[in-house]
Design a binder for this molecule. Sequence first.
Ligand SMILES: [Zn+2]
Ligand SMILES: [Zn+2]
Length: 350
Amino acid sequence: MTTQTIPAADTAGLPSGTQAAVLHGAGDLRIEHKPLATLGPNDVLVEMRSGGICGSDMHYYADGRNGTNVLRQPTVLGHEGAGVVIAAGAQASVAAGTAVVIEPALPCRDCPTCLSGRYNLCPAGTCFGSPPTDGLFARHVVVPERAVHQLPDSIPAEIGAAIEPLAVAVWAVERAQVQPGHRVLITGAGPIGLLVSQVAAARGAAEIVVTDVNDDRLAVATKFGATRTVNTAATPLDLTNMDRLIECSGNTKALADGIQTLAPAARATVVGQARPTVDGIPLGFLQRYEIDLVTAFRYAHAFPTAIELASSGAVDLRSIITSTYPLEEAAAALTAPVTDPTNLKVLITY
Ligand SMILES: [Zn+2]
Ligand SMILES: [Zn+2]
């Protein structure tokens, strides 16, 4: 056994507390002063610059729960966040002043699933902003160095939070195995669907059909890679022989109808939050044509690709951001996509 003396980080002049958006219950979000966690040897202290509002945050705020996860104690919301490192622990190598985006899910790194590389599936993993784990809607956060990815100058921390949903899209397209020349159907024109559309285009998809029930959202889809849009509330899907379906709406009928457009040996990928159990999936059709039905959960190893795609301009990160709110108005930010459905990604700024 080796003993090692870890010099204490120079924490002089650093904040010992911060302001955060704390959810106490459904509809009860308070901006509060919170003590900051001590900076461990492998941690970094990040001064936040942007936080992204996600559907899950909206569910926690509206209902006090998201899917099966229930808010049982006051929790800082937020899992999409970027900022600037202002201090690093003695063994952390990120320099102060580095702009970073935070990968919010922390796997255990020791279980067979983690060791196989599928760390997003770690049964023991936690995720910032997933109650009871405090999240990123705070002026400062202390996070392990391994959770941060450096941002290039082309992606300022002020918009860096949007890298997280882009990582979701990168992983979705990876799981979908989109190949050059593919005809791809994307159901759901929310931020994830529109980012998936751009990533699929970057991967060489020849045709990208985006569906939604909201015309405003479909109107912007053509700016984000869609070659055709269909409002399925008004027009039935008339597609056949599609190579890939990437379901981004969470709507069961969209999944079932989308599957019916697929060619033999095609692939359907569920990205939008699925219901616990689902009736109406055409299992016989899937089997008859050996269509693979797969799912995507968060992401694994997707942040570097997301940063590259945004940095090269292959994905237009800025256009996906439709409004920003100061931290003090986090509650308004959490309802903005509902009060104005033309909103795509809403950011909190600090
Ligand atoms: Zn998210
Ligand atoms: Zn694990």
